[in-house]
Design a protein around this ligand. Structure first.
Ligand code: EPZ
Length: 419
């Protein structure tokens, strides 16, 4: 198994360009199957999860051409509507294929998608939403079968916010006759970006990016172009990395507005930065970081759960006691044990709450990467720690961050990938 070997502490410097958003690309790939003609996706990050998603639609018969960060998808040759558990279990976003397959073939089936390190990841919101659109669902315990006998528009209230369930129902409703209203919808930037793409294909969506989305069904969608928005989670990770290693780093090709919640916390902690329209220059901190008191993860525009592990590393370097409240996932705080092994002083009160006492010096250790976001948090900790850190299971990190060790080396990090 490949691993990262990292020397710390390391003062970094320079400029880093942000990749296209993983969580925009993972949804754009299924969405491209809704159109009659080919779609060209641009600024697609070359990461494992995107590769797996493209393999899945190729197995279903779609034609895929990859030219560097451009991907052309032609759904005309799709010939299967059945997703085995082996395929659907590889990446959770495969559940977004149900809508497009259902609309094209009148039915679709998917093996029960599994959970992952951060939680059970149920899909009840998708099932309830599809039923509201008139979809019949059979469950034989192994796989779900969806039948689109009489699709009908609906007014659907999400019992709680779900990003991909919002995206799935929004994209499906584009081809359902009548007007569908989604309430308590997710307002993440990736939802609005998806709506913009679908409207370019001829859909009639309004309100995306707010909690109420209106979709007027149309007869057909034509292929179009879709350039991924900057990855706000990569942007936030680099900002935290710069602060944690006290490095002057300029982050480019990003959208600072998408991480306003993080920048507000960093400012309160004493980090210094200059914000441009598509860049953030992190300046070297002049003083010790202060605890922000409480960090609560929340749906957009609140503080994103995907930045919680990286920020917690910085919190170990802040003076004071911080409560980290992870409200979205039940399995996204267990990595704190790895930070404690490196010298942090974190009490895991329950699966949703941790108390971080800082500042504590971190020392290099041999650890593993439990999931995408905790994995990159370990990289940040290793670059701030004294000594050598070895991180196993880096497949998890490469699922979400394109070419990460080379890009970090470009900033002066001493990081090697060892097989
Ligand atoms: C999206 O996942 C992201 N993934 C996640 O990023 C992100 O952490 C999450 O939104 C929250 O922002 C993609 O966009 C591909 P949810 P999603 O549905 O849509 C529960 C990363 O690291 N839920 O908003 O799956 C769910 O278990 C990944 O890039 C149900 O109970 O998340 C969670 O507790 C991790 N039933 C909560 O809702 C459902 O049917 C919010 O999840 C759906 C979700």
């Amino acid at each position: 198994m490949a691993k990262f070997v990292i020397q710390g502490p390391q003062r970094l410097s320079g400029q880093i360009a942000v990749s296209g958003a993983k969580n925009a690309a993972l949804i754009a790939i299924p969405a491209a199957l809704l159109a009659r003609g080919a779609t060209t996706l641009k600024r697609v990050p070359k990461i494992n999860d995107v590769g797996v998603m493209l393999d899945i639609i190729k197995k279903l018969g779609a034609r895929v051409e990859i030219r560097d960060s451009e991907v052309s998808i032609d759904p005309a040759t799709l010939n299967s509507h059945s997703l085995s558990r082996e395929l659907s279990g590889k990446v959770r976003a495969s559940v977004l294929l149900i809508g497009p397959l259902l609309l094209r073939f009148g039915e679709a089936s998917i093996g029960h998608p599994g959970g992952c390190a951060i939680g059970r990841r149920p899909i009840d919101q998708f099932l309830e939403g599809f039923k509201a659109l008139g979809v019949e669902i059979e469950d034989n315990g192994e796989e779900y079968r969806f039948i689109a006998k009489r699709l009908k528009s609906a007014s659907y209230f999400f019992p709680f916010v779900s990003v991909t369930a919002t995206q799935s129902l929004m994209m499906t409703a584009t081809r359902v006759p009548g007007v569908t209203i989604l309430k308590n919808a997710a307002s993440e930037p990736e939802v609005a970006a998806l709506a913009d793409y679908l409207n370019r294909c001829g859909a009639r969506i309004s309100g995306a990016g707010t909690s109420t989305i209106k979709i007027e069904g149309v007869e057909a969608l034509q292929g179009s172009e879709y350039a991924m928005i900057p990855d706000r989670l990569e942007t936030g990770m680099f900002a935290i990395l710069a602060a944690a290693t006290r490095s002057p780093i300029t982050i480019t090709q990003c959208n600072p507005e998408h991480i306003e919640s993080l920048l507000t916390i960093l400012r309160r902690m004493g980090a210094r930065f200059k914000q441009g329209s598509d860049s953030i220059a992190i300046l070297q901190a002049k003083e010790d970081y202060r605890s922000p008191g409480k960090v609560i993860t929340h749906e957009y525009p609140g503080f994103p759960t995907d930045l919680q592990p990286p920020l917690t590393v910085l919190l170990t370097q802040a003076r004071g006691l911080t409560l980290v409240h992870e409200t979205i996932f039940e399995g996204r705080l267990f990595y704190v044990d790895l930070l404690n092994r490196m010298g942090a002083n974190i009490i895991l009160c329950d699966p949703h709450r941790a108390l971080v006492q800082g500042p504590t010096p971190l020392r290099g250790k041999r650890i593993e990467s439990p999931d995408i976001r905790a994995g990159i948090a370990m990289v940040i900790a290793a670059l701030a720690a004294q000594g050598e850190t070895v991180i196993d299971n880096i497949y998890q990190i490469e699922r979400g961050y394109e070419n990460i060790e080379e890009r970090l080396r470009g900033l002066g990090a001493k990081i090697e990938k060892v097989n």
